[in-house]
Design a binder for this molecule. Structure first.
Ligand code: C2E
Ligand code: MG
Ligand code: MG
Length: 404
């Protein structure tokens, strides 16, 4: 059965590259990308610049769907195959690719379907191909419903925060807690990944995140008042960072709770830092000047991580659970973790290992000199009152007294 295929390609992290090498260099890079795609596509395919860093490829004469997907994979591979050269730099890039197919000449919805698929590829971390499936439409509907319910839950104050302890691995003392949003939806815990994505897509995350920050600051300020000088780590998404007045609202929340800036760590993923525009990075720098710490979350999930580290002004890196999970069984994971701890220390960056589930992982991390740890083997996320009980217990524990 002959098919028509639409392929949409978006370069990952292009905005940051553009900031880095300037618009002239950015244009040069787009021209190179265009030439690579043209050369890799069959001569009868239409290759077009779709806008910004997006390219569209239309193939109208494929014998089978597989051919279009193969072509999409070849195009993605061609982008990632070797670095681009612009402004005397080598710039490695990957692309997120969306594919849609139609059997007859009903090409009307094709590009918008490819667009849905491309967003999916980007959400899955970029550097991959996603193919449009009809159930994606159902998912769009489901997300709209979820957004409506979430909006209602927020106004009824039905969301809560749990706090997961982060310990100093050498002494086992709790030095910080990470605030994690929880939503119990009709008595069932909703998946944070899912409702936070809905919150992000709908823009609800800005007010929700602001509430979470204020609430967490209040809890931690109360612990400070009772004599427990603990840190607070809060997650921020792209949308929160680029919302107007982001830095002002963070400082306002601290001020209102009476918490010193040094107590707060802002967690963002590596992708957020790479994709953020220059003004956002400047706001983060301003907050760091005030004493707030910046952490890269989920570190090590992208191959560019260590290369980027030197360029990013951060205080803490949090090694992704996928790496920590391999400790004790996968030598590559151990090597990468050890290297990350080493590079982090060379650059004066504190290293937290996340997702520690087994005692042998704890042992290995301690042996590597990793500073801090977080995970079910250390402590689960818990309600504020449970943290307070733990603090009281810790105050009596010998580990709390200074080492002599
Ligand atoms: P994250 O920042 O990487 O948070 C750590 C996640 O790992 C949490 O999932 C935590 O429950 C889970 N975890 C902790 N220890 C272990 C372990 O030993 N094993 C395993 N398998 N998992 C462990 P959670 O609560 O589902 O949160 C998911 C993500 O949602 C967070 O990932 C964070 O990116 C985001 N998030 C949570 N709260 C907020 C918030 O207030 N604002 C924003 N913007 N994002 C949030
Ligand atoms: Mg986090
Ligand atoms: Mg994490």
């Amino acid at each position: 059965l002959a098919v028509i295929g639409a392929i949409l390609i978006d370069l990952d992290g292009y905005t940051a590259v553009n900031d880095l090498i300037g618009p002239g260099g950015g244009d040069l890079l787009l021209a190179q990308a265009g030439r690579r795609l043209r050369a890799a596509a069959p001569p009868q395919a239409t290759v077009a610049r779709w806008g910004g860093d997006e390219f569209a490829i239309l193939v109208t004469d494929c014998a089978a769907a597989r051919e279009v997907v193969d072509l999409a994979e070849r195009l993605a591979a061609r982008i990632a195959a070797e670095p681009f050269i612009a402004a005397d730099r080598e710039i490695p890039l990957t692309a997120s690719v969306g594919v849609a197919l139609t059997p007859a000449s009903t090409a009307g919805h094709l590009l918008s379907n490819a667009d849905v698929a491309m967003s999916r590829a980007k959400e899955a971390g970029g550097g991959r191909v996603a193919v449009f499936a009809p159930q994606m439409h159902d998912e769009v509907l489901r997300r709209l419903e979820l957004a409506a319910e979430l909006r209602q839950a927020i106004s009824r104050r039905q969301l809560e925060i749990e706090y997961q302890p982060i310990v100093d691995l050498a002494s086992s003392r709790v030095v910080c807690v990470e605030a994690l949003l929880r939503w119990s939806r009709d008595g069932e815990p909703a998946s944070p990944q899912e409702f936070l994505r809905v919150a992000e897509d709908s823009g609800l995350i800005v007010s929700l995140g602001d509430w979470a920050l204020r609430e967490a600051c209040r809890s931690v300020a109360a612990w400070h008042a009772s004599g427990w000088q603990i840190g607070l780590s809060v997650n921020f998404s792209v949308r929160q960072l680029s919302a107007p007045g982001f830095a002002v609202s963070v400082l306002g929340a601290l001020d209102e709770a009476g918490l010193p800036p040094e107590a707060l760590t802002i967690e963002v993923t590596e992708r957020v830092l790479i994709d953020s525009a220059a003004p956002t990075i400047a706001e983060l720098a301003r907050l760091r000047d005030k004493g707030i710490k910046l952490a890269i979350d989920d570190f090590g999930t992208s191959y560019a991580s260590l290369a980027y580290l030197r360029q990013l002004a951060v205080d803490i890196i949090k090694i992704d659970p996928s790496l920590v999970a391999g400790l004790g069984s996968d030598p590559t994971a151990a090597l990468l973790t050890k290297t990350t701890v080493g590079v982090g220390h060379d650059l004066g960056i504190e290293v937290v290992a996340e997702g520690i589930e087994r005692p042998e992982q704890l042992d290995q991390l301690r042996a590597m000199g990793c500073d801090l740890g977080q995970g079910f083997a250390v402590a689960r996320p818990m309600a504020a009152r449970e943290v307070a009980a733990m603090a009281a217990a810790q105050a009596d524990a010998p580990a709390c007294s200074p080492v002599v």
